[in-house]
Design a protein around this ligand. Structure first.
Ligand SMILES: C[S@@+](CC[C@H](N)C(=O)[O-])C[C@H]1O[C@@H](n2cnc3c(N)ncnc32)[C@H](O)[C@@H]1O
Length: 285
């Protein structure tokens, strides 16, 4: 796992890579161990080592990379509309069994049932026509194969003490922006319904909560820990900030004020508790 994280860190440190891909690399570093824990909770078919895993909205290919490191599945297909990310994912794979496909799921070029297991992490939160999207995914899934969705549920995030209003304002602008694009940061609780509507069966949900608690009195590396927490919180916002400014959801000065207040909040509190819950949802075709 460490070598996978190092690969993503190297991408983040390459200043000539585009900002959005660098931050996706950073998000991959921050979430890799948690994702591993989530993936380890999935039951796979006994003959999965010969099978094909498809990752929708693969980004930099973190899911295929982890599955490959575990010797699970034989072929990996990463589908994404962003070709630059796919090219990096292809390079990160040392073997030749990662096939990148640059495509929009809404205009899926594949028509055959090819996947023995299909993943979509942090993608459905961006999707406007969920039922159509899911039915396109279903077409490339083999009969009785599994779909694994991992996504957010912001209603279940807890910050103690409460975030400063300027920081809440930044999060709210992000939520509004995602909503206007047809997305939903509280998508997880709605997915069982959409899966059912599109004819999936055996829908199962598993919540995964990451908690962060530090106290100045007891943590010697309090500042390092809060700095890491800040990076983890702000990475996603950095990914979308240009869009937020372009659509006037927040001004650059309010955005930076909000992030600055977040840093002050993290450093000035005596103890901080942050809890984030996301859901892993599986269903069968
Ligand atoms: C937040 S990233 C998640 C990347 C990766 N799944 C991960 O867990 O790190 C969402 C990805 O979904 C891709 N995406 C969004 N809508 C898509 C669509 N309609 N078809 C294909 N890819 C899409 C984006 O280009 C982006 O790479």
């Amino acid at each position: 796992m460490l070598s996978i994280i190092e690969k993503f860190r190297a991408i983040y440190n390459k200043k000539d890579t585009s900002e959005d891909l660098r931050f996706l690399a950073l998000q991959s570093c921050h979430t890799a161990n948690f994702l591993l824990h989530e993936l380890n909770s999935i039951s796979h078919q006994h003959n999965c080592n010969n099978g094909t895993a498809v990752d929708i909205g693969t980004g930099l290919g973190i899911i295929p990379l982890i599955l490959h490191s575990q010797g699970k599945y034989h072929n990996y297909i990463g589908i994404d509309i962003d070709n630059k990310g796919l090219m990096i994912a292809k390079r990160l794979f040392e073997e030749n069994n990662f096939n990148p496909i640059c495509a929009d799921v809404y205009a899926m070029p594949l028509k055959n049932a090819i996947s023995d297991i299909l993943f979509a992490r942090y993608v459905l939160q961006h999707v406007s026509r969920i039922e159509f999207f899911l039915s396109e995914l279903k077409k490339i899934m083999k009969t009785d194969s599994k779909i694994v969705i991992i996504d957010v549920e912001d209603d279940m995030n807890v910050f103690y003490p409460e975030l400063p209003p300027e920081t809440k304002n930044v999060f709210a602008s992000y939520e509004k922006f995602q909503k206007q694009c047809g997305g939903d940061r509280n998508i997880s609780k709605k997915l069982p319904y959409f899966l059912f509507q599109t004819g999936f069966k055996n829908v199962e949900i598993k919540p995964f909560t990451s908690t962060f608690f530090v106290s100045k009195k007891y943590c010697r590396d309090y500042f390092k820990q809060t700095k890491d927490a800040f990076l983890a919180l702000s990475t996603e916002l950095e990914l979308v900030k240009d869009e937020l400014f372009k659509h006037k959801f927040i001004s650059p000065s309010d955005f930076h004020r909000g992030l600055n207040s977040c840093l002050v909040y993290l450093n000035s509190s005596d103890s901080i508790f942050i809890s984030r819950t996301e859901f892993l949802i599986t269903a069968m075709k």
